[in-house]
Design a binder for this molecule. Structure first.
Ligand SMILES: Cc1cc2nc3c(=O)[nH]c(=O)nc-3n(C[C@H](O)[C@H](O)[C@H](O)COP(=O)(O)O)c2cc1C
Length: 414
């Protein structure tokens, strides 16, 4: 337990600041001492009086207050805590943390600290998806800042998407986890997250990664796919409650928790695995399946004997086409990926009608885009209803967005 630990809670100016009052209560019942900094914007959402009543301490707001400097300067305030928690963390404070801006008590305490920091982002879905916020979050995570949420759900502004602050109970549990980790005391605790699950009762199959087509026992044909996008989609579908099977070509990625992972090498193995797990409600073919394989791979290593070997190629089965054209138990939704280096939309539209799938997620994989292997992707969704361009987002966010889109589509069928 984190008995007697001290948390410095920074409440910044987000609509979910009211939930931080509940968070203070959750921490107090765990016998964690809470001191609170309220940003100027934060004080528009919760009153200093409420915070003081709940913490049993004065609330810290002003960097230049003499009493605060005497009693508890910003450096001491941040150093005295075992952990600094920013909840809610606004897009603004996240950006300031990344840039090292220290223009108020909260941001000065954050830059002055040598303790662990946990942030609970909370904002409108468009603010969260904005390239600046995504880039700031990636940088902060790389620096070792702990993050919880945001969650997917209805927002105060009436929109639906990713951006809701995690629930106080989840944040309190995460705080406990980080405090114990700091002490090297984590004892395989299960952290429960409250999530609205929109795909409970649905089964999804996702293919991902490259395939390897053997030339001989030591050589093969493959491509640059990292598998990241498919893995992120499988993770997001599972987080929405879908029973998710990920059929993965060779990658270096860890298996997403809650997902059944079937590892395969070749296109033929991938097709066999799809057939093994079908029927399903949703199939997403994100794998970069090799179009061709070697007709007769050598049983033994081909020796270098002065003559160039002739490799005969034959076409691999088209997994997306086969699943799209199932006449019995066809999935409600079959989604393919088009990785193109030219005429992205035109080629993706052609693929949609040729394969008979429902949506194509088209992405430009020209070397200059850095899509293969990178954390980000730029997607166009092509369907019979038209083309929808998404901004450049992390593959994680694309996974979350597509899983919401799928849930909405399936809801519309019933
Ligand atoms: C009604 C209202 C609700 C807001 N909610 C949020 C929010 O949930 N998340 C966010 O990042 N910014 C939100 N903002 C904008 C922030 O309050 C604004 O960016 C402010 O400068 C943040 O200051 P701070 O980070 O120092 O607290 C909201 C603004 C208003 C007027």
């Amino acid at each position: 337990m984190s008995n007697g630990k001290k948390v410095l809670l920074i409440i910044s100016g987000g609509i979910s600041a009211y939930k931080s009052l509940e968070l203070i209560r959750e921490l107090k019942v765990r016998n964690i001492k809470v001191r609170c900094i309220l940003t100027t914007a934060g004080s528009q959402f919760v009153t200093p009086l409420s915070v003081e009543a709940l913490t049993g301490d004065k609330v810290y707001q002003d960097l230049f207050s003499l009493t605060e400097t005497n009693e508890m300067g910003h450096i001491e305030l941040s150093r005295d805590a075992d952990l600094i928690v920013v909840a809610p963390a606004t897009a603004n404070i996240i950006a300031k943390m990344r840039a090292g801006i220290a223009d108020d008590l909260a941001t000065t305490a954050l830059i002055a600290t040598d303790k662990s920091v946990l942030i609970a982002p909370s904002m409108n879905v468009k603010m969260w998806e904005h390239a600046s916020t995504q880039s700031n979050m990636m940088e902060l995570q790389q620096r070792g800042i702990n993050v919880i949420g945001p969650e997917t759900g209805d927002m105060a502004c009436g929109e639906y998407g990713v951006g809701r602050m995690s629930e106080p109970l989840s944040i309190a549990q995460k705080i406990n986890e980080v405090l114990l980790e700091n002490k090297g005391m984590l004892q395989n605790q299960i952290i429960t997250k409250t999530k609205p699950m929109k795909l409970v009762g649905r089964k999804a199959i996702v293919t991902s990664g490259p395939t390897k087509e053997a030339i001989d026992p030591v050589r093969y044909l493959t491509n640059h796919s990292s598998g990241r996008q498919g893995y992120a989609i499988a993770k997001a579908l599972s987080e929405q409650g879908a029973e998710t099977i990920l059929i993965s070509g060779p990658t270096q990625l860890p298996s997403p928790s809650g997902v059944t992972v079937k590892h395969v090498n070749s296109a033929l193995e991938m097709l066999a695995a799809c057939k093994e797990f079908l029927p399903a409600d949703i199939v997403i073919c994100a794998a970069a399946v090799a179009d061709w394989r070697i007709a007769n791979p050598n049983i033994n290593k081909i020796k270098k004997n002065g003559e160039l070997p002739v490799l005969e190629l034959i076409e691999n089965p088209d997994i997306l086409l086969q699943i799209s054209q199932l006449t019995k138990n066809r999935p409600y939704l079959v989604i393919g990926f088009a990785a193109e280096t030219q005429d992205l939309i035109k080629n993706a539209q052609a693929k949609l009608s040729k394969k008979g799938c429902d949506w194509i997620m088209a992405n430009d994989v020209s070397p200059e885009t850095g899509t293969f292997g990178s954390e980000k992707n730029t997607i166009h969704i092509i369907s019979k209803d038209g083309v929808e361009a998404w901004p450049t987002l992390t593959k994680e966010i694309i996974g979350q967005k597509i899983s919401i889109r799928i849930a909405e589509f399936l809801d519309g069928l019933s």
